[in-house]
Design a protein around this ligand. Structure first.
Ligand SMILES: NC(=O)C1=CN([C@@H]2O[C@H](COP(=O)(O)OP(=O)(O)OC[C@H]3O[C@@H](n4cnc5c(N)ncnc54)[C@H](O)[C@@H]3O)[C@@H](O)[C@H]2O)C=CC1
Ligand SMILES: O=C(CO)COP(=O)(O)O
Length: 331
């Protein structure tokens, strides 16, 4: 049994905290709002994110970050990518705890992956940092539907410790030492899911979705290789696995955001109507910046950015991609 603190009580933090309880770990969930803590502690519910789910009764919630993390052997970070730097700046993580990053994004302005942000802000060695990623839609995980995932760390013992921490009867993590590839896979698939959503919102079917997923994977691999990732990572759970889950599921916030765009709503309208984060809306900019920095062609990412920035209408996204010069199929 380990002592684990999950920092962030949105969809993914709550689902992961709940899963961790299946292994009888001592789990504390940090929530910003005391009223959320109170609902979790007294009613075992987090109604804003899971109105129908009863949480394990031994899951406890705490709104004070220091109290939440006291004694934690593992700290699991489940806040949005674009707030992680600010959050870490305000928190004091316990010495020697292993830090697990759950966020799937690239920081706007710096182009940094989440493990890089963690290292820069906290000074923690990469040996104590792990990334958990893969095809893991929170509502399916919270319902204990079976799924696999990847735990990546620079240090194999850390990856194995986190793998064991999360491995339950329904949740099966594999280890991987390609932290860069795993993080990139998780962040880039959100952008492709936005494009797939736009196509779906315009009424296009499986052929359009499959074409975007496949060519999306090609541009993800191009970027990954240019940055030094292992290309095999992208044929695994952190790559094609997560890409397929996110691009296919109506539960995906990124795909749904794109679908709303395709139906004619604006970025402002969609963002204003949900409290949930669709990471690709911001990360598309930082991923496009990485593509420019590494001189990699990422036409779908470019087109998504143009839609999000209002430079082209959503219904021009697919046309823009189809009108590109003809070329051989290759990565
Ligand atoms: N929901 C899912 O199925 C999965 C999500 N993820 C990733 O997990 C990360 C967190 O996403 P979700 O929990 O799904 O998002 P969410 O929108 O459901 O919840 C985000 C949580 O962060 C909190 N938050 C927002 N702004 C904050 C701030 N400035 N400071 C501190 N906390 C803040 C919110 O109150 C909320 O508790 C994202 O990077 C997402 O890509 C990864 C795998 C699956
Ligand atoms: O990362 C996810 C599934 O693995 C969740 O995707 P969304 O953020 O699009 O809901």
């Amino acid at each position: 049994m380990s002592t684990v603190t999950v920092m962030g009580s949105g969809s993914w933090g709550t689902a992961m905290a709940s899963t961790l309880c299946d292994n009888d770990h001592r789990v504390t969930l940090w929530a910003r709002r005391p009223e959320v803590c109170s609902k979790i502690n007294t009613e075992h519910r987090n109604p804003d994110y899971f109105p129908d789910l009863i949480l394990p009764d031994h899951l406890s919630a705490e709104s004070d970050p220091s109290r939440a993390m006291a004694d934690a052997q593992f700290v699991v970070l489940a806040v949005p990518s674009q707030t992680l730097r600010e959050n870490l700046g305000q928190w004091r993580l316990p010495d020697n705890a292993i830090v697990v990053s759950l966020a799937k994004g690239v920081e706007v302005g710096t182009g940094m992956r989440m493990s890089e942000v963690i290292m820069e802000v906290t000074g923690i060695s990469p040996d104590r940092i792990a990334v958990l990623t893969g095809p893991n839609l929170s509502h399916e995980i919270a319902a204990r539907q079976p799924a696999a995932a990847v735990v990546a760390s620079a240090r194999q013992e850390t990856a194995i410790a986190v793998q064991q921490l999360f491995h339950t009867a329904t949740f099966r993590p594999y280890t991987n030492n390609d932290v860069l590839g795993c993080e990139l896979g998780g962040a880039t698939k959100n952008v492709i899911a936005l494009a797939v959503g736009v196509a779906a919102g315009m009424g296009y079917g499986a052929n359009s979705a499959a074409s975007l997923i496949t060519r999306g994977l090609a541009e993800i691999i191009r970027l990954g290789e240019a940055m030094g990732a292992d290309p095999h990572t992208f044929s695994g759970l952190a790559g094609i696995g997560d890409l397929v889950a996110t691009c296919s599921s109506p539960l995906s916030r990124n795909r749904t955001f794109g679908e709303e765009l395709g139906r004619g709503r604006t970025v402002g309208e969609i963002s204003g109507s949900t409290r949930q984060v669709a990471e690709g809306v911001k990360s598309c900019k930082s991923i496009k910046a990485l593509a420019d920095r590494y001189q990699v062609e990422m036409p779908i990412t470019h087109a998504v950015c143009a839609v999000i920035d209002g430079q082209i209408a959503p219904d021009a996204l697919v046309q823009t991609l189809l009108a590109r010069a003809a070329k051989p199929e290759r990565y």
